[in-house]
Write a protein of this length. Sequence first.
Lengths: 343, 348
Amino acid sequence: MLRYTLQQLLKFFLLLFAVSVVAFVLVSVSPIDPVQANVGQTAWLNMSEAKRAQLSEYWGANTPVWQRFINWLGAVVQGDLGISLRYNAPVASIIAQRFATSAVLMTLAWTFSGVIGFVLGIVAALHKDRLLDRCVKAYCFVLASTPTFWLALVFLIVFSVLLGWFPLGFSQPVGVSSSEITLFDTIHHAILPALTLSVIGVANIALHTREKCIDILQSEYLRFARSRGESIVSQIRHHCLRNIALPAITLQLASISEIFGGSVLVEQVFSYPGLGQAAVTAGLGGDVALLVAIAILSAALVFAGNLIANLLYGVIDPRIRRSGFTSFSDSVKQGGANASHDI
Amino acid sequence: MLTLNHELEQSHHHHKHANTSHHVGGHHLMQVENLNISFTMYESDARSYFNAKQVQSNVIHDLCIGVHSGEIVAIVGASGSGKTLLADSLMGHFEPNATVTGSIWFDGDKMDAASLKKLRGHGISLVPQSVNFLDPLIKVGKQVQGFTKSNSIKKCADKVSPKNISNNASSISNSDDANNSDDVSNTGNTNKARRFFKEHRAQRAKLQAKLFERYNLNSNVASLYPFELSGGMARRVLLCCALMDNPKVIIADEPTPGLDLELAKVALADFRQFANDGGGVLLITHDIELALSVADRVAVFYDGTVVEETAVANFANPDLLSHPFSKALWHALPEHDFFAPTGGDALS
């Protein structure tokens, strides 16, 4: 058990290290000049050469990337994530604030897409090749091939502009002091972006669940259950749900990365001040400290998701539980690979 | 109880009898007549994917077979000849694109698709091939007890045949455990119903423990998962699943895969015991030697039908066998000449 924990911790830190190296290298090879991007084209043209040099010193454009990385790493080890040059505030506080906003959005989207996708998948599998199944499949295929930002725009046009049910953007009403903002306001602002994210996420989960459920319905043990006179309700309750839980959990926890990726686009369209939007700003503004911190956070989230999936596997599947922790390490390796691939 | 002299009853219901065959109440436990199964499918040799026509593919035709109380009937046929399809049909599993005609009688009643379905686990039980037929995530004991709701048992007991559940042919239910479920009225209030379910579950747990004891399964086997069972344990567990439902007929689909003849004979002794207690066993196998050593009668399955249903004793001499394929099987047995006499010619 101790060995397993240490192994996972080692993997976790290696992953974070690799992610930060990659992020640093990518920013350094990016053609964006942080000074130009941040002061604006006109200001840059009117600027004196000395001022430009001063700013570029401030942004660290002249320091070699490895040196910046070592400086950054040294600070991070001491618990200092650095200062976001773009927002002119400590990275930690920006992340904390942005994450709180995004968390509402992502949790809502993650829960909805998981539950609705799971139910739709099972319903479709039970009606395989019949009308209901075709409807679910059609919905999933259309939605899976719809660009997230386009759907977000359509929702915005329909629900905010035409119907006026939801606000046009932001995470809270404009011109209201923060003490007057209620939970209702927060949720009201999160619904439309969350809906966009879930509607897209449902397709993937429903199609995978459907496929797995069909496999189980055709399995030998379900044939035997039928042969023993079990009703369809009993078959689903006792065999289907339990056996489908394993792939569903993997899928659901792996979809964290997709929700995160989707939130970048959706937050942009809805001007929703979350992590995704901050990532875009940091990336376009050459704000390395913030960008790396967001990359690390998302990697940590995905890693945690995969780790939880692996642990839950052990809880649910007796074949893993009763053969000890040893068989875990391989699947976790895969989890780590997924996480790094995701950023 | 009437024991037929098989010499005198050569052409009875398309089959010949063995000395052990009994006719309880003058009928067969299970009798299948002229069963045809065909599938609607697309022509496989169509010139293009798009103009493939729908064709009827006849998989089983004019099949007749009977199972009497107290006997093991073996259906012997090559792998892939449609034996499992036959087993499925007898349990009322029909694919949506299948057309099925023919008659099946169970314990004197003529069956249709719906009543066959009701017999699953309430008269006819399947003993499958391997541990893969058990849910990998549920403990063995719980699976043997099954998830059949007692109200459906009750319904079935009322509708199909009141004798099915209460009349225990098998000796394992010699106590009144399995009978009580019938005494409780279904009209009681919810509280009563809940108590009834609880009692019912307790009864099934007791019966399962008794079955495990009888088949030398340690009581801790009940808390194992299917993947933890050894081959022999799995076979006995699967048999217990079937006996749990107190069936009249057991359909065993290749129940001894990968066992050599001697071990298979030992494994099938449990089926013999079940038959001796008055049940009927339909043993589906590809192994003619095994069939001849454990069954009372053998039905030779060839080309989608039973070409000959005869007593094992008739395999003593090829002249007693009427169909060329049965004769070819006889010649192919190791203690004979291992030689199928121009098999192709004889069959055409």
